[in-house]
Design a protein around this ligand. Structure first.
Ligand code: G3I
Length: 360
């Protein structure tokens, strides 16, 4: 087989993962060699003394992201109640003690909201409730987060709008300009943070994901043209082994995003594969997940715009893909449910090692 970059990556990723862990300095250290970061979503529950999560989170991550504790509905049960930062402050303190930077996730999202949001309407609801939320939370963590997902999942073509945007409670209050206003408020409250628009379902070759790419690019062009302080795009990258991937298509999309002068971060990487696991050994399933990561992320590592990669959890033992009735024994993260490093970890190590670009 001619040694190409892709074949080199595939070879590295097929090495026995346990060797890969012994041989490398940790994913965060490998990422730092090209000015990037590697991180994972965490929660306080994973960081208790004796937790098996601590070792891989310490060894491999230079960045931690709160999986749910910074969501508006986790900070306060209702818009009539003040935010309680106790748990989140504890997580920030733990990250600081462990020498980890933190990404803020997320200021505005249509899920995990406090009671009362749905009843708000117009500029009045926005000014009286949403503005104080953004100012209070982004201000409270002014120096704690180096990057923020300011708005999460703003695109939804199935909502039928010509702008392909999701009709969230915030859209209903202010129209499409809620995104720009949120970024301006976040920039005011946390002036040193890099501000991201975070989105999913953008990677694969199908009509629905093409519509999302079109909608997101149109929104980004409006924001950049208006001088809104948006610094990057978060690609959640909840990958799905069943979907068709066309590298040329995805790279054309990435060209348009980076052509706007924006950074890109992979913000919630995992691979959904248990729906297509029948008849396959665990080892084969884990290798397929690793190969999906290499296939989809390879083009990103050719771009200096790539700021870093965050996986949505570090071990399958706590993956959201195994919760909430989705069930299954999904094999889609850098460590399996017995905390053994998986081929996906080796694939990430190979991508960080082989990259010839830097993000500074
Ligand atoms: O609320 C309880 C809390 O009181 C309790 O102390 C804690 C004990 O573990 O559990 C909390 O429960 C749930 C929490 O996950 C922990 O499992 C919350 O009710 C539940 O809403 C929360 O779900 C999270 C969800 O976002 C909503 O915030 C998932 O863990 C998290 O994986 C998911 O992540 C989203 C991203 O933010 C955006 N992209 C999609 C991704 C997956 O849905």
């Amino acid at each position: 087989m001619r040694l190409t970059r892709r074949s080199f990556l595939a070879t590295c990723a097929s090495l026995p993962a346990v060797t890969a862990v012994a041989a490398d300095a940790g994913l965060g250290a490998l990422a730092a060699r090209s000015g990037r970061y590697f991180g994972a979503a965490v929660s306080t529950a994973l960081l208790t003394d004796g937790s098996a999560f601590v070792a891989p989170l310490e060894r491999d991550c230079s960045v931690w992201v709160p999986e749910w504790q910074l969501k508006w509905g986790a900070l306060t049960p209702a818009i009539t109640a003040a935010a309680d930062f106790t748990a989140m402050d504890g997580l920030v303190a733990a990250a600081r003690t462990a020498g980890k930077r933190m990404r803020g996730h997320t200021l505005l999202w249509h899920e995990h909201l406090p009671d009362g949001i749905e009843a708000l309407d117009g500029r009045g609801g926005w000014d009286s409730v949403v503005v104080p939320h953004i100012e209070t939370v982004a201000g409270h963590y002014r120096d704690a987060f180096f990057e923020w997902d300011v708005v999460n999942e703003a695109i939804e073509p199935r909502d039928g709008g010509a702008d392909l945007m999701r009709r969230t409670p915030f859209y209903r209050m202010l129209g499409p300009d809620y995104v720009a206003e949120a970024f301006r408020l976040a920039a005011e409250a946390a002036p040193s943070a890099r501000l991201y628009l975070n989105e999913d379902h953008l990677y694969y070759d199908d009509e629905a994901q093409e519509a999302r790419r079109v909608g997101l690019l149109a929104l980004l062009e409006r924001l950049v043209r208006a001088g809104v302080p948006v610094h990057g795009v978060g690609l959640q990258c909840h990958l799905d082994i069943r979907r068709r991937f066309d590298g040329r298509l995805f790279n054309r999309f990435l060209d348009e995003v980076t052509g706007l002068g924006l950074s890109v971060a992979v913000t919630e990487l995992d691979v959904r594969e248990h729906d297509d696991a029948a008849g396959r050994s665990l080892a084969r399933r884990r290798q397929r997940a690793a190969d999906e990561v290499t296939k989809v992320l390879d083009g990103l590592f050719d771009r200096s715009a790539l700021a870093g990669v965050t996986t949505w959890g570090i071990s399958d033992a706590d993956s959201w893909l195994r919760k909430g009735g989705q069930g299954g024994d999904n094999q889609g993260l850098p460590y399996g449910d017995t905390f053994q490093p998986t081929p996906m970890r080796a694939a990430l190590a190979a991508l960080f090692t082989a990259t010839r670009t830097r993000h500074d």
